[in-house]
Structure formats: C-alpha cells, structure tokens
Design a protein around this ligand. Sequence first.
Ligand code: RET
Ligand code: FE2
Length: 351
Amino acid sequence: MSTGTADGAPNAIDARTTAARLAVLGGVATLLLGVSITAVAGTLPRSVQFLSLGLSVLFLGVPHGAVDHLVLPRARDAPVTHRDLALVGGIYLVAGGLYAVVWWLAPAVAFAAFILLTLTHWGQGDVYALVALVGADHLETRVSRTLTLIVRGGIPMLVPLLAFPAEYAFVTRALVGLFDPAAATALEFAFEPEARLALGIGFATLLVASLALGYRATDDHGPWLIDAGETLGLVAYFAVVPPILAIGLYFPLWHSLRHILRTMLLDGRATDRLARGRLGPAFGRFARDAAPLTVGALLVFAGLALAVPTTPATTTDLLGLYLVGIAILTLPHVVVVTLLDLEAGIWTPRG
Ligand SMILES: CC1=C(/C=C/C(C)=C/C=C/C(C)=C/C=O)C(C)(C)CCC1
Ligand SMILES: [Fe+2]
C-alpha cells in the first residue's frame, strides 16, 4: 500500500483512522451532551442555550472556516502563493459582499437562502466524512451522495421546524428583524401545521429512500450502519433538544470538527501528528493557522453590528447578528469547500 504518494502512505492511513475516530467521537459527544443536558435541565432558558452557540465563536465553529485560504493549495500539495490568497480573498469579498446586500434589500429572502445554504453545506460536510473517513461504499453513485447530502443537511434545518416551530419563528425574527421587523411575516406560512406536515412527509420519504438505497447497494454493512446510526441519532437529537442549544453543539462539535480534521489531513505536519496520536500539537497547529482570519471574522461581526439598521441591544439581537455574520461568511466558505470536494473527486464517484 506504500506507494510513496501522500494518500497511500502508512502515515496518511493512520492519520485518517485517527480522524475518523475523532469525527465519530465528536458526533457521539454532540448527541450525548445535547440529550443529557436536556434530560437533566428540561426546557432551558434561551440565555443558557445562547452560551453553547456563543462558545462556537472561538471554539471550533468560526475557526473551521478560517483556514479557507490554505486548503486549496494544500490539497494540490503546492505552496500557498499570493495568487491563492487573492483568489480566496476575492471569493469572500464578492460572494460575501453580494449576499450582504441581499440581507439589506430582502431580509426574508436572505434568511430562506441561509437555511438552504446551511442545508447544502452541512450535508456536503457529512458526505465527505462518510465517503473519505468512514469509507462508505454504499454511497457509490452521485445520486446516492446527493440524496445523503439532502438528508444529512436537512435534519438540522427541518427537524427543529417540525418539533419546535415557535423557537424557529423566534430565530427567524431575530435575524430578519435586524433589517426589517415587518419582513418576517412573509415567512409565516412555513410555520403553519399544513406546511410542516408536507415538509415532514416529503423529508421522511427521502430519508427512508436514502437509507434503503444505501442498504441495497452493498454487502458490507459496517459503514452503512454508521451512516444509519448517525442519521437516526441526529433525527432524535434535533427532535428533543431545544434548537438553539442543538445547533450550538452541532455546529462546533459535529460539522466544524469534521471539517477541521479534513483540513489536517491536507496538511503534512498535522497529518504526521495525527498519525502519531499527538492530538494537542495537531490542534495547536490548526489553531495557529486559523487565528488570523478568526480575528478577521470578528471584525466582520463588529462591522455588521455597526452597519445594521437596528442598533443591537439585546441578547436576541446578538444572536441574530452572529447568525447573519455566519451566513455572509458561509456563502464564500461553501464555494471553497465545493472546490475542495471537486478536487477530492467527491462528486465524481466511480459508480
Ligand atoms: C440557530 C437556529 C437555527 C439556524 C441556524 C443556522 C442556519 C446556522 C448556520 C450555521 C452555519 C452555516 C455555520 C457554518 O458552517 C434554526 C435552524 C433556524 C432553528 C433555531 C435555531
Ligand atoms: Fe463549514
């Protein structure tokens, strides 16, 4: 197996095994933490739920995207040049800038787009983890991967709408209200029982179809079991854990951790440390790489706070600001991760 290439070297294989274990561990931690906090504390005050989301500003969440300028050259085993930095800077400026304008002009449209964007992005993150870390050979076609993307991304965006519509509406108003408090009424139809029932039935159908298709696609059911276990675990999690807390744990510990591990596997030194089980130094290197643009993201949040029409005064306003800031940073982040996916052949499977 030792071909001398980065991917086939024993070092890379050990590192990938460590990454896969950490990804599953982060996933289990998300579900157990969320469910046990909810079981012990019951309905948590929003201020307490905000805490978990607040931690993600510096802990795993925001930093996971702060190495976007390094990942594409590293994926090609090339040095990071000024051209690479200019390209990623340009993507952030243009995509983030244009999307910011949409928040000002049509905040309800921008919010709906944010939900779709997050669905796509969190779904694509899980498809990568399943294919590259878990070795999911039940996802050998583009159709099955697309279905998995919709299901995995759809769970965090749809299940809270079905289980906690009032909280969902509250968060919607927190974001849209920063720009135009009246505009959120355009989205009220989505919280009606009929709309939620239709969405629920449609989504449950896709979920069952996706797992059934995967089950029939292979004889080795180990990776499929991990996929099915994670999928059903996430449905249960988002059905019972209050949504701000649920997202506040999922974003850093599930989505961001998986992406950080992916970026480590593109980086020779971090890969080496992962392979030797030296997790502290591996994460230390990531933290150093991510520090400058995490500060950059904080500046974006501060600029946004000054620029929005409503002067942010309450914790609800802060929640809205943080999420609008994330929305604006996520669109360019998705462009970079999609380029990374294409580079890694995630969307050109053999099957
Ligand atoms: C907080 C929260 C919501 C939205 C969260 C979103 C959309 C987060 C997106 C984060 C991203 C894109 C991070 C980057 O990877 C919902 C679902 C409305 C339900 C109520 C709680
Ligand atoms: Fe991400």
